[in-house]
Write a protein that binds this ligand. Structure first.
Ligand SMILES: [Zn+2]
Length: 225
């Protein structure tokens, strides 16, 4: 009994239990402990994979994306962006990196450009979600990442709150592209989600107008039509 107590409180036992508390891997979604090699536990990982299955014929060829914008992935992205759940950054970067790996070597871009946030919104959120995933994409592609290639001139109303016509108007001339960086280059534009496409289209238009040869798009999740 006494020896039992001694071993229970022995410094080594205390150290071991503390160590397991700090090194035990927990799923960032459901918080269950797990030993999966992925960041997510097997349950959550499979959930995203299953929800990702979609008809290939509905996938547009000019947009690379990880999965449809629905289910668990959609919840994660919303939590990441709007509740500032920065903990999902590594996981979502990993998804973006796996999309980048699927881009054939022959069509890899010269420059990776994240969709910019206005500086005041960046200060509020603390991070630009597009910049975070663009970073992992650029690393995989061995392409330069440029924060200065595209800037947002003014704060725009969140697109989801507007009608289709108002969306185009809302974004008109909202961005400026830096000619000296992008002229004559192929660009991969990176954003977290593609929903109505109006932001991506306005960014692409601005880049092409400033002399980009080609603009392709990579997002984590895309609304399927
Ligand atoms: Zn989980």
């Amino acid at each position: 009994m006494i020896s039992g107590l001694i071993s229970y409180f022995s410094p080594i036992a205390v150290f071991e239990s503390l160590k397991s508390l700090f090194t035990e891997k927990r799923c960032p979604v459901c918080h269950a402990p797990h030993s999966n090699t992925k960041l997510l536990c097997p349950n959550c990982y499979n959930k995203i994979i299953n929800e990702s299955e979609h008809d290939e014929t509905t996938k547009p060829q000019d947009i690379y994306f990880y999965a449809p914008y629905r289910g668990l992935l959609r919840d994660l992205i919303i939590d990441w962006k709007f509740n500032n759940n920065f903990g999902y950054s590594a996981l979502l970067s990993q998804f973006a990196a796996s999309v980048a790996e699927s881009i054939p070597e022959t069509v890899r871009p010269d420059i990776t450009v994240p969709v910019p946030l206005h500086p005041s919104r960046l200060r509020k959120r603390g991070f630009n979600q597009s910049r975070i995933i663009a970073d992992s994409v650029a690393t995989i592609l061995g392409a330069e990442l440029s924060d200065r290639a595209l800037v947002r001139n003014r704060i725009t109303i969140p697109q989801a709150k507007l009608s289709r016509e108002k969306r185009t108007e809302n974004l008109k001339n909202a961005f400026t592209a830096e000619k000296s960086i992008i002229a004559g280059k192929t660009i991969l534009l990176v954003d977290d989600v593609y929903t109505t496409g109006s932001t991506i289209h306005e960014c692409s238009r601005t880049l092409i107008e400033a002399g980009a040869i080609k603009v392709e798009v990579l997002v984590l999740a895309k609304t399927l039509l």
